[in-house]
Design a protein around this ligand. Structure first.
Ligand SMILES: Cc1cc2nc3c(=O)[nH]c(=O)nc-3n(C[C@H](O)[C@H](O)[C@H](O)COP(=O)(O)O)c2cc1C
Length: 245
């Protein structure tokens, strides 16, 4: 279609990296481009922390799984949803700022996610690869302690970036007809479509170039939906000043 859409279609998470640094100007260029993402009310309610300290990196890799790529990636970023800069803006104008609204939580979390996806895409456009790391929410308080993340901010996810040392094929997504509808929500989610997507994903898992397994998307999702993940998140977010009302 065009180079941008081709790049997007070629996305795959990268978890193995060459032993080659990502230099500071390259990272700055990526972040600056990513900051051009749309941002709710122009709030830019995010802060990104690059974790360079080796012992912090090791600790975060451990609590995130362990996930070896978190320790080994040339760059590891932590994306925080963050209201501290906005509070400073409020203070400058003697405004008593509102805090702890669920809507504010959604605003900042969405802003951080839009920024992060743009970071990955900009990185991919330069030949880099990477992977989001939700695993840091296994122990978000320790991440805050290690990185001095204050109240009114929380680590949404991390991201590994670097020069790819493997070449996995893109994972097939649901067909567009499964996710795009005209005018109203569908009465049912088409079972035939799910059967066909299971066939497609099973073929992908059986034929990709590493970690082959006999897996389908619906089986994977059934397993996912049958478990409770990170039950500490509500209390953690409340403690950090989010999600109270
Ligand atoms: C918010 C978020 C958190 C994720 N957390 C992890 C993670 O902790 N570890 C990991 O290896 N991959 C993680 N991933 C990557 C997903 O597993 C991956 O994007 C998904 O399986 C689709 O594969 P693809 O990115 O190769 O297309 C995460 C992705 C997102 C969007």
């Amino acid at each position: 279609m065009n180079a941008t859409i081709e790049l997007m279609n070629a996305h795959r998470s990268i978890r193995k990296f060459r032993d080659r640094e990502v230099d500071d100007p390259t990272l700055a260029k990526i972040i600056a481009a990513a900051q051009c993402a749309a941002t709710s009310h122009f709030v830019q309610a995010y802060t990104v922390i690059r974790v360079r300290d080796r012992s912090n990196r090791r600790a975060i890799a451990q609590l995130a799984g362990p996930q070896a790529w978190v320790e080994r990636a040339p760059v590891f970023l932590v994306f925080c949803a963050d209201f501290n800069r906005l509070e400073a803006a409020g203070r400058r104008h003697a405004t008593t700022v509102e805090k702890g609204w669920a809507e504010q939580f959604v605003t900042a979390t969405v802003d951080a996610a839009l920024l992060a996806q743009n970071v990955l895409l900009a990185a991919e456009s330069l030949g880099l690869g990477g992977v989001f790391i939700g695993g840091i929410r296994n122990d978000p308080q320790t991440v805050c302690d290690l990185l001095a993340i204050p109240d009114q901010a929380y680590p949404v996810f991390g991201m590994c970036l670097g020069w790819p040392a493997h070449d996995p094929p893109p994972k097939p997504r649901l067909p567009v007809e499964a996710v795009l509808f005209d005018d109203r929500y569908p009465e049912t989610h088409d079972q035939n479509m799910l059967t066909e997507y299971d066939r497609v994903t099973n073929h992908y898992y059986l034929n990709r170039n590493s970690n082959l397994r006999d897996e389908t998307w619906t089986a994977q999702m059934a397993d996912f939906m049958g478990k409770v993940f990170r039950p500490h998140m509500k209390a953690f977010l409340e403690k950090k000043g989010f999600f109270l009302k």
